[in-house]
Design a protein around this ligand. Structure first.
Ligand code: AMP
Ligand code: GLY
Length: 415
């Protein structure tokens, strides 16, 4: 049986473990309370490349799958490959898409990838002048911290004053620390969004089912941005032709441009897409599976996922991954205060789940045998059913079985 080591501790990693365990023997580090019910877990942190290499050899893992962006940005995939391991996860050189939006936007412009017009700045006056020129031209802008800011780095503005405030906060007041030392000012796009996760290997790529996530904390898309409060798949309004167009105009040019820069991208390329007047535009690239997109996507997959990741990592052609006919809705249960600071260690209970519902753990741990919260996003209730309406009902029946003090969740996922 094929052995795989999954690195990470969130809902995304629990979803990867859940799927991969159907096709191989899985290990995870550091994991969380839910993951440790599904497979052996260890306490090597995701940032410890040397420790991960030793662990991978000890358990006999032929494949290491790196979940989160931070170790990828830090070059853990490079270090593990240098140690002779087969790794699903791009090199630091291309994890830069997440470390520097300024770099990623330049990359998109240079590769001819459709994306909102933008420029990047370190100086407030220059940034303001550009922003004012865009408002004078009748546009609105999004102000983005260039560095990784955990989903809090984007301010979509409607007036020059709002944009000025955002620029001042990031560039003058340092509200986001080093992440906001450089900002990207980008034309605002108004359209519909979806995420496309594409498995990329040395000789080709293959996209997974289209999925949509919900970034704002509140029902009706109000309040601050989060890591993601829910997701669903399939996304009815995204046609097969639209997916093909995104692959042709966004994914393929990106993969080619990275090849031209010298280096293999072996991992998942996450394209955040906004469709305006029927035309897709790239909002961002992420270099890892989306969370909570992955929780919905894996439940729509049949056989072949492990083989596909293995093929990407080892340089072969990427085989097809089967999909089932299900619709999936995933609802995230978050701690009080999220996406701000949260209290950890709150006891949580998970009651019996309806048919087709699985609970992925995100921020959980065990304290003296009791399940407790251990982060902002705590649990992701994922329901698979023959249609979206049934999946939605089942997901919320599942949410009703979860209890912890201060629990918050959106009631409009997939509505
Ligand atoms: P990002 O981290 O770049 O994907 O931005 C987070 C969210 O901000 C996106 O999912 C969009 O909802 C929104 N956003 C980002 N860029 C723009 C833009 N140019 N116009 C409108 N909304 C945007
Ligand atoms: N849910 C969005 C992300 O993973 O970045």
């Amino acid at each position: 049986m094929k052995k795989v080591l999954v690195v990470g501790s969130g809902g995304r990693e629990h979803a990867l473990v859940w799927k991969l365990a159907q096709e191989g023997e899985v290990f995870c580090t550091p994991g969380n309370a839910g993951i440790s019910d599904s497979c052996p877990t260890f306490n090597v942190p995701a940032s410890d490349a040397e420790g991960l290499a030793i662990l991978a050899r000890e358990v006999g893992a032929g494949l290491v799958v790196i979940g989160p962006e931070d170790p990828l940005i830090a070059g853990v995939a490079d270090d593990l490959r240098a140690a002779g391991l087969t790794v699903f996860g791009p090199p630091a050189k291309f994890a830069r898409h997440e470390a520097s939006k300024a770099w990623s936007k330049e990359f998109m412009h240079a590769a001819g990838i459709p994306t909102a017009r933008s420029d990047s700045f370190m100086d407030f006056d220059e940034a303001f002048e550009w922003t004012k020129s865009r408002y004078d031209a009748g546009r609105q802008v999004a102000v983005k911290a260039s560095g990784a800011a955990l989903g809090k780095g984007v301010v979509v503005t409607s007036t020059l004053e709002e944009a000025e405030d955002a620029l001042r906060a990031m560039l003058v007041d340092g509200s986001l620390g080093a992440a906001g030392n450089t900002v990207v000012v980008e034309d605002r796009l108004d359209g519909r969004e979806f995420s496309l996760l594409t498995l990329v290997g040395a000789s080709g790529f293959r996209s997974l089912p289209v999925v949509q996530d919900y970034k704002r904390i509140g029902d009706g898309d109000v309040g601050p941005n989060t890591g993601g409060m829910g997701s669903y798949s399939p996304v009815g309004w995204v046609s097969a032709d639209m997916v093909r167009e995104v692959e042709e105009t966004i994914v393929a040019p990106a993969v080619q441009a990275m090849r031209d820069l010298g280096g293999d991208y072996r991992g998942v390329l996450f394209s955040g897409v906004m469709v305006v007047d029927g035309k897709p535009s790239c909002l961002e690239f992420n270099v890892r599976f989306g969370d909570p997109e992955t929780q919905s996507v894996v439940r729509r997959l049949g056989a072949g996922f492990l083989d596909a990741l293995w093929a990407c990592a080892s340089g072969g052609p990427v085989p097809e991954v089967e999909t089932n006919g299900d619709s999936v809705v995933t609802v995230v249960a978050a701690s009080a205060g999220y996406p701000g600071p949260v209290q950890k260690g709150t006891p949580a209970t998970v009651g019996p789940m309806p048919d087709g519902v699985f609970v992925f753990h995100a921020g959980t741990s065990r304290s003296n045998g009791t399940l407790v919260t251990n982060g902002g996003r705590v649990l992701a209730v994922s329901a698979a059913a023959p249609d979206l309406a049934a999946a939605r009902r089942a997901a919320y029946d599942g949410v009703a079985q979860i209890r912890f003090d201060g629990m918050q969740f959106r009631t409009d996922i997939a509505l």
